[in-house]
Design a protein around this ligand. Structure first.
Ligand code: UT7
Length: 329
């Protein structure tokens, strides 16, 4: 049975950088509050005259393909992870297929918010292990900036989120012990409304007007935080235990970039050194499904992901859904 491994990574950030000081001009917030509670200094916002969720994903995918020394025509299947697709339907996967000019391969959309990319990687891993496909693009891409309440009313959510895209080329390998060792997926729908956009949805499509408090994300921040700091270490330990490893064996943990304080909490609870945990939320904010592939791609670019390393990906977010993947690079 073949294993899957990550053959190439790429990421794309829209050009426009928005600092905390910029946000101070449009809502009642401060740089100090944002840095102290989240660790975020800036984020990127898309320019809708040139960016879309799908074309940012395509740009990241083209870089990942280049880094894997592959052409778009080598791809057998596309998995596109986002909570902010270009349209209500169809999803962004088919747009990427068209933008890459690939013949009629399958495209699947995954909408698991912050854990979307790890879920997508898990699906790709199973397709490769079963022998159905040999080369799969897994993309996480988000444009949050057009769907945030940028007034003081929405400040507890809008200062956190940013736009961006990351992509990975997943391929089959026969090398024993190399690549994705295991993936672990969880959900708990009783908390669905703790971080949610209520409308539009099928329960409200007969409405002609939408209330602002329902079309923007709402979050019970402290409860999400409380669950995140429990679920992250739990799902990381699940992956380590499954493969007979302990936290000290991890070369690099790439946690979903939800809040720097959450990453620091995980690091402390799991007794990890600074060089074992990668964070870039300071520059990009929380980019939900794009955050893990952007961070992994950037860590790889910086030489922090090397052949033979044990890499752990972990995510938690809206749903609640959470997931981990352990990879021997
Ligand atoms: O991506 C996956 C899921 N998301 C997360 O993992 C996020 C988890 N949650 C969090 O990161 C934190 O809960 C937040 C950073 C979102 C908020 O931090 P908090 O310490 O939980 O703040 P809070 O919502 O309890 O608000 C504390 C105070 C409130 O004022 P009062 O009632 O104490 O007077 C808020 O109105 O801070 C106020 N506040 C702000 N002040 C300035 C909330 N947002 C802001 C803001 N600027 N942007």
């Amino acid at each position: 049975m073949p294993n899957s491994y990550i053959a190439g990574l790429g990421h794309y950030l829209p050009e426009r950088m928005v600092t905390n000081k910029d946000l101070e001009k449009i809502m009642d917030t401060t740089d100090e509050w944002i840095v102290e509670r989240t660790g975020i200094n800036s984020r990127h916002w898309a320019d809708m005259s040139v960016d879309s969720t799908s074309n940012m994903g395509t740009r990241a995918a083209l870089k990942a393909l280049k880094n894997a020394n592959l052409e778009a025509s080598d791809v057998d299947f596309i998995i596109f992870c986002t909570l902010s697709p270009d349209y209500s339907f169809p999803g962004g996967g088919v747009m990427v297929q068209e933008q890459l000019g690939i013949d009629t391969i399958g495209a699947l959309d995954i909408r698991n918010q912050c854990s979307g990319f790890v879920y997508g990687l898990s699906v790709a891993d199973q397709f490769i292990k079963s022998g159905m496909y040999k080369t799969i693009l897994v993309i996480g891409s988000e444009i949050h900036s057009t769907g945030l309440d940028k007034t003081t009313r929405g400040r507890n959510v809008s200062v956190i989120f940013g736009d961006g895209a990351g992509a990975a080329v997943i391929r089959a390998t026969d090398k024993p012990g190399h690549g994705v060792l295991s993936t672990h997926l969880h959900s708990q729908g009783k908390y669905a409304e703790e971080l949610v956009v209520l409308e539009p949805g099928s329960s409200s499509l007969n409405r002609t007007e939408y209330l602002p408090e329902k079309i923007y994300p709402i979050m019970n921040g402290s409860n999400v935080f409380k669950h995140a700091v429990t679920r992250f270490p739990e799902v990381i330990m699940e992956a380590l235990n499954k493969n007979g490893y302990s936290p000290s064996d991890i070369n690099l943990l790439i946690p979903h970039q939800a809040n720097l304080r959450i990453s620091q909490f995980i690091q402390k609870t799991m007794h990890l050194r600074d060089d074992q945990v990668f964070n870039n939320i300071m520059k990009y904010g929380n980019t939900t499904a794009a955050s893990v592939p952007i961070a992994l791609s950037e860590a790889w670019q910086e030489g922090k992901v090397k052949e033979g390393d044990l890499i752990c990906l972990a995510a938690f977010g809206s749903g609640f859904t959470w997931a981990s993947a352990l990879i021997r690079w």
